[in-house]
Design a protein around this ligand. Structure first.
Ligand SMILES: [Zn+2]
Length: 133
């Protein structure tokens, strides 16, 4: 999956400035990732803007691989295993895992409130997170 695919997944109808709603923007690369400054307000929007990955220095590919690994494994990946797969430090793997599990738990909680998930699934995730972090 490349940046074009990710852009399309996030903005299927094209990038919309989150500040002013403008659809016209230019695009250039910063550290290999596209940045789209708005032609109206000049706000710079990236794939990471307003997401969990916003302030991270890790490449998006590592975040997405971690999300895939955590999502695929019912028994949850250990921090050491993520460190190995992603070729990052233990501290970075721990922070990444913590952020992803928090985000997943928030989403499950929201879904539970809407009636989409069972309460046990949310509690299982919280217990797994506490055991494995
Ligand atoms: Zn704008």
């Amino acid at each position: 999956m490349n940046h074009r695919d990710l852009n399309h997944a996030r903005w299927p109808d094209g990038l919309v400035c989150p500040a002013c709603g403008e659809r016209t923007h230019s695009t250039f690369l910063v550290k290999g990732e596209p940045v789209g400054p708005c032609v109206r307000c000049r706000r710079q929007t990236t794939l990471r803007s307003g997401t969990l990955f916003h302030a991270s220095k890790l490449p998006l590919t590592k975040w997405l691989l971690a999300l895939y690994l955590i999502g695929q494994d019912k028994n949850n990946h250990s921090t050491l295993s993520l460190k190995h797969y992603l070729d990052i430090s233990y501290c970075a793997a721990w922070r990444l895992k913590h952020k992803l599990l928090e985000a997943i738990a928030r989403r499950l909680t929201r879904e539970r409130r809407r009636g989409g998930f069972r309460t046990e699934q949310v509690q299982e995730l919280r217990i797994d997170k506490q055991k494995r972090l």
